[in-house]
Design a protein around this ligand. Structure first.
Ligand SMILES: *Cc1c(COP(=O)(O)O)cnc(C)c1O
Length: 392
């Protein structure tokens, strides 16, 4: 018989009861070190007191009022995101997929309103993941996500990872924009090569395309910068955010420069729940912490320590792992083989009390809360080594 909850996930047989900081506790009281953070979502760990307080305070004021009214928390969060990015305006919604979907709409609308209604196609990158809506699976281009869901939504082309020549060659008179994750997440924690985003920026400018970054996973401090694109110096025109932005509360956002955002006039786009006061209270509380002086520097320092440990482990176990890759606290251990070794390893780590997440390309993904300290890294490395010994 079908389970009451649709079996869309191959779930691990673990049920959590509560969390504190970098730890989760299951219903039997067992403690786990959480280096998965609910797939890069619990950016400040579990039940961060500042976030709990913000949510409780708002819960006692009011929860919802519709975007027909001014929501103070939105004004504040938008201004802070703008002040710390390329953008001039923000739109809030509830998830990464929705943010990407809205970003695609903005790119198309920009072209349409700029005298190019024929430009509607987006070019994305092989290995991409952009969410699960019909347009997002078309943008992601992965057969395993498209199979059985009817004709692929029109308007999406895909080119090889890191190849600017192919990108340039793929542009047609119908191209509206380029959609790229500065660091591919689900695809296997693959940062775009050095110079690639700068190259895309130049191509977008030359052909009048909208450059759209999907920083749903890499954004909000994950890489040691507030946004991963900062490392390249190549700003986008539109950017999708979600995961870490709400610290565990469902929250997505699209940031855009004025040239794009000015076409999103009343009635062009909307959302019932997006940017509701509860989400805004938590989003602002997340930024209170991440924008504190020294916070991102600390993320970078912790990332350095974690990378050193993982690189040591990789050289000690070359038969298990062929590389450590990623940026900052978005790290992938590439497994040797092509038979789901990553999922097996993630399962063993779970048995040993460390939560991680499988990613594409046979990668074990570590995206711990940004608040980890050295003792958590030591503990995680110890569990990884123990698990490696068991696997060998
Ligand atoms: C997780 C993710 C999404 C989809 O987010 P949802 O909240 O699951 O819709 C989109 N893009 C990237 C890069 C992601 O990591």
């Amino acid at each position: 018989m079908i389970p009451a909850v649709m079996p869309t996930y191959a779930r691990f047989d673990t049920t959590f009861d509560h969390g504190e900081g970098v730890y989760l506790y299951d219903v039997n009281g067992r403690r786990y070190l959480d280096f998965g953070a609910g797939i890069a979502v619990a950016s400040l760990g579990h039940c961060h007191p500042h976030l709990v307080e913000a949510l409780k305070d708002q819960a006692e004021k009011f929860w919802h009022c519709s975007n027909l009214y001014t929501i103070e928390g939105q004004e504040k969060l938008a201004e802070r995101l703008i002040a710390n990015s390329f953008a001039d305006a923000a739109f809030f919604n509830n998830s990464g997929g929705e943010a990407v979907e809205a970003a695609i709409k903005m790119a198309r609308r920009y072209q349409s309103m700029s005298g190019h209604p024929e430009r509607f196609r987006m070019i994305s990158i092989e290995g991409a993941f952009h969410g699960r809506s019909l347009a997002c699976i078309a943008a992601g281009g992965q057969e395993k996500h498209l199979a059985g869901f009817g004709p692929k939504v029109d308007g999406f082309d895909q080119v090889a990872f890191g190849n600017l020549n192919e990108m340039r060659a793929a542009i047609t008179p119908e191209t509206a924009g380029i959609l790229v994750e500065p660091v591919q997440g689900e695809g296997g924690i693959r940062p775009m090569p050095d110079g690639y985003l700068q190259g895309l920026r130049a191509i977008a400018d030359e052909f009048g395309l909208a450059l759209v970054y999907d920083e749903v996973q890499s954004g909000i401090g994950r890489t040691g910068k507030l946004f991963a694109y900062e490392m390249s110096g190549a700003a986008p025109d539109v950017m999708a955010l979600a995961k870490g932005l709400g610290g565990g509360f469902p929250l997505g956002a699209v940031l855009a420069s004025e040239k794009i955002a000015r076409h999103m006039t009343p009635g062009t786009h909307g959302t019932t729940f997006g940017g509701n006061p509860l989400a805004m209270a938590v989003g602002n509380a997340v930024l209170d912490i991440i924008l504190e002086d020294g916070f991102l520097g600390r993320v970078e320092a912790m990332a350095g320590i974690l990378w050193t440990k993982l690189e040591d482990i990789q050289s000690a176990y070359p038969r298990l792992f062929s590389a450590v890759r990623g940026t900052g606290l978005m790290v992938g251990l590439k497994c040797v083989g092509d038979n789901g070794e990553n999922t097996a390893f993630v399962g063993k780590l779970l048995e040993n009390g460390l939560l991680t997440v499988p990613a594409g390309d046979n990668v074990v993904r570590m995206v711990p809360p940004l608040i980890i300290d050295e003792s958590h890294i030591d503990e995680a490395a110890g569990i990884v080594v123990k698990t490696c010994q068991e696997m060998e």
